[in-house]
Write a protein that binds this ligand. Sequence first.
Ligand code: OOG
Ligand code: MG
Length: 261
Amino acid sequence: MNTTKITEFSQILYKARKNSEEVGSLTKTYGEFPLSDAYKIQAAGIEMRLNDGEKIIGYKMGLTSKAKMEQMGLHKPIFGVLTDVMEVKNSSAFSLKKKIHPKAEPEIYFKTNKELKGTPNAQEALSACAEIGVALEILDSRFEGFRYFTLPDVVADNSSSAYFVLGDSVKTPTDLPLKDLTIDIRDGETVMFSATGAAVLGEPILSLCELVKLLDEQGKTLPAGSVVLAGAATQAIELKAGQKISATFEKVGKASFNVTG
Ligand code: OOG
Ligand code: MG
């Protein structure tokens, strides 16, 4: 794909995000394009947002669990960029105004205190973490209907990221067996979906390893101080006014927000 087309697609998605409007799938109008081009569109879109004053604070991994791969019909881990304006304070209200078709999903997050690069193993990745916590990601695809798109479309659209809530965390080193702990998403007291940490690539820290590997393929490293969402452990749920959404991660704690109209 030439640079003009990459810029054009990144502008379409940038405007859709700004105006909370749906747009058609890029691959439908253009035809298929490789993931490498999709990441270039994503990066060009982030560049525009940095020019608006947003600051990168980390990354989100996506499609790291079977539940999500099956819900979306897409089968390969991907990443997106998180900026400061996307953070919603824990336990606060989240308004549906100017959102397209938001969904929430329960995630584990890592906060690093050392740079990670190359292809770290689980032990190396873990030793670069200052804290491990529970988060809610609030997705909002810029594409019509949310679900009828291909992997390059999603990646170009910053992997459907919109907002995120960071909840309770534990400081590392910790000997918590992340893969055996239950994580769920609730509306009020009702558990909507639940899984164990193992739902995320068999062991959640492997999601951080995978991110660093994907960044390395693009000649990038993960800076110290990054927040990384590991990818949803369960399906996402559609947001409606009146919901009291929370995610609970056994022995770690809770993240929550209330949905308002
Ligand atoms: C793609 C992003 C997936 C996750 O946690 O698996 C994701 C999507 O569902 O639109 O964020
Ligand atoms: Mg997610």
